[in-house]
Design a protein around this ligand. Structure first.
Ligand SMILES: N[C@@H](CCC(=O)N[C@@H](CS)C(=O)NCC(=O)O)C(=O)O
Length: 147
């Protein structure tokens, strides 16, 4: 099997790649990397940055989840998922970058709080508010000319 994904079940960045691989119907080998730092030597020898995920496709080795997503969609000819037309592609890149830089970090406190009480639940509201604006910014610009 040519495709090997180094991941961890708790990694949201690896989950993005698993979702795309499922959509593509690709078979792949999954190798578990512990989340704890420092990462094991066997992993750092393969990938010195040590972040999760990391993908091998034969001789090609790739880090960075968004790079992996773009590579998989393009190399499999899935232009419906990652368009070749620059304006359509820019919107996908925007969504990928916004998720990584504006939204994902803001959701960490939400996932860390287990809402056992109203107080716990209330504590998540500011975090949800903080990611609402960038989410709407991306979603709302679907077809700006028609507004
Ligand atoms: N920009 C990287 C971020 C990867 C990343 O932060 N992965 C997490 C797991 S979801 C990780 O390795 N976190 C722990 C760490 O960096 O020590 C990507 O998108 O692949």
């Amino acid at each position: 099997m040519a495709l090997v994904l180094y991941d961890n079940p708790a990694s949201s960045n690896a989950m993005k790649v698993r979702l795309l691989l499922a959509e593509l119907g690709e078979a792949y080998e999954r190798r578990r990397v512990p989340l704890a730092r420092p990462r094991p030597d066997w992993y750092l020898e393969r990938y010195r940055f040590g972040t999760i995920p990391f993908l091998e496709d034969g001789e090609l080795a790739l880090g960075e989840s968004n790079t992996i997503l773009r590579y998989l969609a393009q190399s499999r000819g899935r232009h419906d998922l990652y368009p070749s037309e620059p304006r359509a592609r820019a919107r996908v890149d925007w969504a990928l970058d916004a998720w990584s830089t504006q939204i994902r970090g803001g959701l960490f406190p939400v996932s860390a709080v287990r809402p056992r009480t109203d107080a716990h639940l209330a504590a998540t509201v500011p975090q949800i508010e903080s990611v609402r604006a960038p989410l709407i910014a991306v979603a709302d610009h679907r077809n700006p000319r028609s507004r």
